[in-house]
Design a protein around this ligand. Structure first.
Ligand SMILES: [Zn+2]
Ligand SMILES: [Zn+2]
Length: 282
């Protein structure tokens, strides 16, 4: 994929621009490319568009306000997907659910596996969303669900779903490993393979096995989280990603990066570069 344009701040109908562009084919845009602790960029968040339909992947606390800078409401998307429960990925969801319920009287369509749907509600969203005047609400009072099919358990859990001609393969990542090695995680975290062509890791530790266990033959673009200080613990350090082979590196745009990005030259190190906020990738 390459950058075809940028959606500038103050653009009144940014999502319509993406919908129109996506009639040409798969289109991606990152309202945020930053880490959980970044100030120069918003937390990493991805818009997938194809054939005029849109999916928002993750919505950290500042994302509703970030979207507004391009004339987009958090409630405007056709579908939502969530990779894991850190606040830089889910902090904006309460606004999505409560504004949709009380103001718009509609239910967002959320693409969530059964396991994660229950975790997301019980451990996170329920605290702020459950109580209503005169009773309580369940997750299914506030959202509708598209439930992917589980297609593999070993060596890595995989789930698949197709919505509006967009094929998503959801794979478990090892963002917070249970032990010292990368083989298990009690923490639910996932990444996405989009149309078999674009790999988005969301948040993961450095995980070389990922590239051996996923069907990589058609992947031409990778968006990989990256930590700019050492050592990498729950994200890959830049130095670890530099050990990927040259072919993988050349396809890799770095996401989820901290504010010291000006001290790095990813192109000189064989990467495609830092992912750019509000750039339109097609
Ligand atoms: Zn994160
Ligand atoms: Zn995280």
């Amino acid at each position: 994929m390459r950058i075809t344009q940028e959606i500038e701040s103050g653009t009144p109908h940014g999502l319509q621009l993406l919908r129109d562009a996506s009639r040409e084919g798969l289109t991606l845009c990152f309202p945020g490319v930053g880490s959980a602790f970044a100030r120069k960029n918003n937390p990493t968040c991805l818009i997938i568009a194809k054939g005029g339909r849109t999916i928002l992947v993750d919505a950290g606390t500042s994302i509703p306000g970030t979207l507004e800078t391009r004339g987009i409401s958090i409630t405007d998307f056709d579908y939502y997907h969530v990779t894991h429960s850190h606040a830089d990925h889910i902090g904006g969801l309460e606004e999505l659910l409560l504004y949709s319920h009380y103001v718009l009287k509609k239910k967002p369509q959320m693409i969530l596996t059964e396991t994660y749907r229950d975790l997301l509600w019980d451990r996170s969203l329920r605290g702020g969303c459950e109580h209503a005047v005169g009773g309580t609400l369940g997750f299914d009072d506030l959202a509708e669900f598209v439930v992917p099919d589980q297609v593999a358990t070993e060596p890595r859990e995989l789930y698949e779903v197709e919505v509006e001609g967009i094929r998503l393969t959801i794979f478990r990542t090892v963002h917070i490993p249970t032990g010292e090695d990368n083989t298990r995680s009690a923490f639910w975290s996932t990444g996405l393979l989009i149309d078999g062509r674009v790999l988005f890791t969301a948040d993961t530790r450095f995980d070389q096995a990922l590239f051996e266990q996923l069907p990589m033959d058609r992947v031409d673009t990778i968006f990989h989280d990256c930590q700019l200080y050492e050592p990498g613990v729950v994200h890959p350090a830049y130095s670890e990603l530099k050990t990927l082979d040259a072919d993988l590196r050349s396809k890799t745009h770095l996401t989820h990066y901290g504010d010291t990005f000006g001290e790095f030259d990813p192109a000189a190190d064989g990467f495609a570069g830092f992912a750019q906020p509000w750039a339109v990738y097609q």
